[in-house]
Design a protein around this ligand. Structure first.
Ligand SMILES: *Cc1c(COP(=O)(O)O)cnc(C)c1O
Length: 437
């Protein structure tokens, strides 16, 4: 025991290992390999192969000077943030390992985790908006994100300008000119361009490269953030196309088992720092148990997403020619040339969440949903099991009729998230459920 203690060079029982080797034979290790060990050294935890769950509210300092140094970092008196673990509202070993591994998937310098996707999005927006600022956002957004901008930030004098996903460079130039004028009139700035792609439930894609070019020309200091929940981290890498910050509901594909709620953001450290400072103040960091479950989920995220994507392609191939199906909103079958061009430049796969338009209306959709035997009737997406829901009467029930029509949320729309079951069983389930329509 004494020998082991003596062998540890740093007196702090810090879980951070020395920078691990992240390349082999001169090329970088792939994310799926790094998910098994990156950011964790068993030698710092009694040799435990897997990271233990660190249930503690606070961390012991090796001496008083170290405690002072940590707090200088936390409060911003010294650059570089905390050098160690301080207090569990700020950070913890499980959360730090998770953040290191999440950053790997997006090729980001830094990442932050939160108790839900909405906590991540709300703290992100609050960190960047001052009174009288303007947020520019694509539409539609996840309803709670849209509501936070329109109903909460507005109480603090923040206004917004929105534009339809799929807007062209010319349209984006006009949107940013309007936002600049609006900001000037209010005495504020354009604080953030916030995107969500593909939009739910339209599946319309945002041209992130065009947004970046328009931003560079009009508001070069303004960060571009994007909610990458639907296609990330596997099928879309927005930081490579000009976004500065990616946001996730980890509740969906990353968690992937419909058994937890969490969120994250990732990007360059300079973009993460203001958000970290606000999270330190407000709380909202993911808890250690959930962080541990997400570490387990990350080991299989590539396998699960690949299988779900393959399953969705097979199911959609079957559904597209079914006589009771009016159409599909699936990224694998894009007809529109502009949308197809964005897809080819930005996406590495079509995902496993799509819209199914059944011939008929609510009654026909309900008969279909009530007769599914494998697919479960629930909102959410990205889990191992297939889920189906009816947006018009469920997630989007409170959306005014005119806006529903504009967004294409019709009564004959069923939203489906395909899981990792056997694809032939899924097709057989959809087949028999459609027979009841
Ligand atoms: C679910 C979801 C959110 C919100 O995430 P929570 O983890 O439920 O807070 C945000 N954006 C998108 C696109 C989502 O699907």
């Amino acid at each position: 025991m004494t020998d082991a203690v003596d062998a540890v060079e740093t007196p702090t029982p810090r879980r951070k290992p020395k920078p691990a080797k992240r390349e082999i034979g001169g090329r970088p290790l792939k994310p799926s390999t790094l998910m098994m060990g990156h950011g964790y050294d068993p030698a710092l935890s009694e040799g435990s192969l897997k990271a233990p769950i660190f249930l503690t509210s606070t961390f012991a300092f090796e001496n008083a000077a170290a405690g002072k140094r940590h707090f200088e970092g936390i409060t911003g008196l010294r650059e570089g943030g905390a050098e160690g673990l301080v207090y569990s509202r700020f950070n913890g070993p499980n959360q730090e390992i998770l953040e290191d591994r999440l950053a790997v998937w997006d090729g980001a310098e830094d990442a932050l985790t939160f108790s839900s996707g909405m906590t991540a999005i709300c703290i992100l927006m609050m960190a960047y908006c001052d009174q009288n600022d303007v947020i520019v956002h694509s539409g539609p957004l996840y309803a709670a994100s849209e509501g936070f901008v329109a109903k909460v930030l507005s109480r603090f004098g923040v206004t917004y300008v929105d534009f339809p996903a799929g807007a062209s460079r010319e349209e984006l130039d006009a949107v940013l000119a309007k936002a600049r004028a609006q900001a000037e009139e209010q005495g504020g700035k354009v604080a953030m361009i916030y995107l969500e792609s593909p939009a739910n439930p339209t599946n319309a894609l945002v041209d992130v490269e065009a947004v970046r070019d328009a931003r560079d020309a009009a508001v070069p200091d303004c960060p571009i953030a994007i909610d990458n929940t639907f296609l990330g981290p596997l099928w879309s890498r927005p930081l490579e196309h000009g976004a500065d910050i990616v946001a996730y509901s980890l509740t969906k594909y990353v968690g992937g088992h419909s058994d937890l709620v969490a969120g994250s953001i990732a990007g360059a450290k300079k973009w993460m720092d203001p958000v970290r400072a606000l999270r330190n103040t407000m709380g909202g960091i993911v808890d250690p148990n959930t962080a541990w479950m997400l570490l387990r989920s990350l080991e299989t995220v590539e396998l699960r997403m690949q299988r779900a994507g393959e399953n969705a392609a097979k199911v959609c191939e079957y559904l597209r020619s079914h006589p009771k199906v009016e159409g599909l909103g699936y990224l694998g079958f894009i007809a529109d040339a502009r949308q197809k061009d964005i897809y080819d430049r930005h996406c590495l796969g079509a995902g496993s969440t799509f819209s199914l338009f059944i011939r008929g209306g609510e009654a026909e959709c309900f008969r279909f949903l009530d007769n599914l035997t494998i697919a479960k009737l629930a909102v959410s997406l990205g889990g191992t099991e297939t889920l189906a829901s009816h947006p018009a009467s469920m997630t989007h029930l409170s959306v005014p009729h005119a806006r529903k029509t504009m967004l294409g949320i019709s009564d004959n729309l069923v939203r489906i998230s395909i899981g990792i079951e056997d694809p032939d069983d899924l097709i057989a389930d959809f087949e028999q459920a459609l027979e009841h329509v």
